[in-house]
Design a protein around this ligand. Structure first.
Ligand SMILES: NC(=O)c1ccc[n+]([C@@H]2O[C@H](COP(=O)([O-])OP(=O)(O)OC[C@H]3O[C@@H](n4cnc5c(N)ncnc54)[C@H](OP(=O)(O)O)[C@@H]3O)[C@@H](O)[C@H]2O)c1
Length: 256
């Protein structure tokens, strides 16, 4: 589905990013893989992608900084001559009770999740316009719509990512650039597994999940490939929830 396409994936060495990189490469994409820290992990991931027969370039940068984000995008275009797809996957959450949220934490959360996506999208758009079109896939979250007391800045930042998806979709539609997002539920990355290892957290999530299944990073791959491919050319501004039904549950009641 992505044969020969060039994909720039941000946050590629994270728990979800690593799996997306492999999935995108398996679907045929050449990969510009962005990382911020952990160059050793980035090189290891690049080797795995090369082993699939795809070309790779590694690009380092803090995407909260617009100049560094632009350098990452320009680096991808300089290497491949174009960028067909941007996957804005970089992001971060810090859990804190609301009364402990500082202005710095609020700003840091918006910078990591919203500004990074804005910086990369606005840097890549002119390249895509020159090429006659492109695709942007943002990584939002179900908490954009589920108020969570210990994640107030993150909920608000991901809500902004969802609205950025819709507004940018409208703004970039005349240039044949689609902008869509996925909204994962709780994804069992290695880091999350440590937390879910607490059986009470695991039970709480499973009790609300109608399929009785936790989301794995590989569950996100298919929808991202779809949104990066020509199959989704007719879709823009859409948010695709991937949560095994977690956010669907209504008010369940004991029988009278
Ligand atoms: N895991 C979940 O349950 C879940 C659920 C819904 C949505 N998401 C979203 O999915 C995406 C990936 O999450 P994940 O679970 O894979 O988390 P992760 O393992 O922490 O990976 C996130 C990656 O983003 C990078 N990053 C964060 N802030 C950055 C910045 N300012 N500039 C550049 N890179 C930055 C991190 O770089 P460093 O390695 O340098 O820290 C990291 O590699 C995020 O957008 C997250 O919000 C996750």
């Amino acid at each position: 589905l992505l044969d020969g396409r060039v994909v720039l994936l941000t946050g590629a060495v994270g728990g979800i990013g690593r799996r997306l990189a492999i999935g995108l490469a398996e679907a045929g994409a050449h990969c510009a893989l962005h990382y911020r820290s952990r160059p050793g992990d980035a090189e290891e991931l690049a080797e795995r992608v090369r082993a699939l027969g795809r070309e790779v370039v590694l690009l380092q940068g803090d995407l909260a900084d617009s100049a560094q984000a632009r350098a990452v995008v320009d680096g991808a275009v300089a290497h491949f001559g174009r960028c067909d797809v941007l996957v804005n996957n970089a992001g971060a959450a810090w859990r804190k009770p609301f009364l402990e949220v500082t202005p710095d934490l609020w700003r840091q959360t918006f910078a990591a999740n919203v500004e990074s996506a804005f910086h990369c999208t606005s840097a890549v758009a002119p390249h895509m316009i020159r090429a006659g079109g492109g695709k942007v896939v943002n990584v939002g979250s179900i908490v954009a719509d589920l108020a969570t007391a210990t994640l107030v800045p993150y909920c608000c930042a991901k809500a902004a990512v969802h609205m950025f998806t819709k507004a940018a979709a409208v703004a970039l539609a005349p240039y044949k650039i689609t902008v869509n997002a996925i909204a994962p539920g709780v994804v069992l990355t290695e880091r999350m597994q440590l937390r879910m290892w607490n059986p009470r957290n695991r039970e709480r999530v499973l009790a609300r999940t109608p399929t009785g299944t936790l989301v794995r990073p590989e569950d996100l791959v298919g929808v991202v490939i779809f949104l990066a491919s020509a199959l989704s050319d007719h879709l823009t501004g859409q948010i695709f929830v991937v949560d095994h039904g977690y956010s669907l549950q209504g008010l369940e009641w004991e029988p009278e």
